[in-house]
Design a protein around this ligand. Structure first.
Ligand SMILES: Nc1ncnc2c1ncn2[C@@H]1O[C@H](COP(=O)(O)OP(=O)(O)O)[C@@H](O)[C@H]1O
Ligand SMILES: [Mg+2]
Length: 332
């Protein structure tokens, strides 16, 4: 197939510039590099297009190249994540096939509060929550139970998540709410903090879904009584991960019946939020064996060392086969 790999850059770029896996690695784009190498191994004819702010360039280049399919790796436009859904929306208007989720799933999941409302309607178990709006910041949190967890409504990759996201009382929570409003200029979610193990459920497909074996994040060197969650440093800072023994790996043994429940739950959430192609549902399992959904990720990272690809590998699905499956599931 003739495939165009579409991805975003944080600066303006000439639409005619093409990228090799090496140049992408140098620009700190390991996922794009892996996908490019993989598509070449699979025997596809590959072109690249980097986007920053130029819509016309996307339209013109797609017309000129007429690819069979776009491999959509964009996560933002004009350095703004809230535009992520608009790229597949444009591809829909141009009747171009693309991998991964459409604008509907991206829009639903990017607003974590909205996604939670949809899931709550369908009786999916979630942490209780309130929203503090940017235009009307909350001044009190009446009857909220603590500890609470405070996060931006529309960020990803643990942006805005630090130790201070964990709030033991109303004043700590409100302080963090104020900080997030100021720093991210967005609505803020205050959630019930769910103590427990954190599991990642990777799902592949459209109608018939495959759920790969759960992955787990481990905090091996952290004090027993410290709250453990995936802060920005815990996810991305290798030194910090080493210091606190933070590792992602196949989930350790799970209580009876929990694996079946996780599989059904992952499929249910995936379908309710209209995710397509591939997605990752993040949950927490309490010591009492209850599962709470934390968030759903359409178009999760496809880096070879990240949980989605690793979860497929745990099931014996190698990276190339996984990428080919994602191509097969591309929108019609
Ligand atoms: N309600 C919660 N209770 C406990 N931990 C939470 C809660 N919400 C988020 N977290 C922790 O914060 C991390 C990041 O939150 P998440 O909503 O997944 O944001 P992101 O989109 O940045 O990944 C989670 O992986 C989890 O460790
Ligand atoms: Mg997450």
């Amino acid at each position: 197939m003739k495939i165009m790999v579409l991805f975003d850059l944080a600066h303006a770029v000439n639409p005619d510039q093409s990228f090799s896996p090496e140049s992408l690695k140098q620009q700190d784009k390991p996922t794009e590099a892996s996908v490019l190498e993989c598509l070449a191994r699979l025997g596809h004819e590959v072109e690249t297009l980097a986007v920053y702010d130029n819509v016309t360039a996307i339209v013109e280049k797609l017309k000129a190249c007429a690819p069979d399919l776009v491999f959509n790796l964009t996560e933002s436009f004009l350095h703004d994540r809230s535009h992520e859904p608009n790229i597949p929306a444009l591809l829909d208007l141009m009747k171009v096939r693309y991998t991964g989720s459409g604008p509907d799933a991206l829009m639903l999941c990017k607003d974590k509060a909205l996604a939670k409302k949809v899931l709550a309607y369908h009786h999916v178990r979630l942490p209780n929550f309130v929203v503090s709006r940017q235009t009307h910041p909350l001044r009190h949190l009446r009857r909220f139970t603590y500890p609470a967890f405070v996060k931006p409504v529309g960020e990803e990759s643990s942006d805005g998540i630090s130790k201070a996201s964990f709030a033991r009382d109303e004043s700590e929570a409100l302080e963090r709410v104020k900080y997030i409003h100021q720093k991210f200029n967005c609505d803020v979610l205050i959630e019930e903090y769910i103590e427990g193990r954190e599991l990642y459920l990777s799902v592949l497909g459209n109608h018939r879904l495959t759920v790969f074996p759960p992955r787990e994040i481990f905090f091996e060197q952290m004090p027993e009584d410290a709250p453990k969650f995936a802060t920005y440093h815990a996810k991305w800072n290798e030194k910090y991960r080493e210091k606190w023994g933070i590792k992602n790996g196949p989930a350790k043994e799970l209580p009876e019946r929990v694996p079946q429940h996780l599989e059904q739950l992952a499929k249910k959430v995936y379908r309710l939020l209209k995710i397509r192609g591939f997605g990752r549902i993040d949950v927490r399992l309490t010591p009492a064996g209850e599962v709470f959904v934390i968030e759903a990720n359409p178009n999760p990272s496809l880096a070879e060392d990240e949980d989605f690809a690793q979860s497929a590998a745990d099931a014996g699905v190698k990276y190339d086969a996984l990428v080919q499956e994602i191509l097969n599931a591309a929108s019609a």
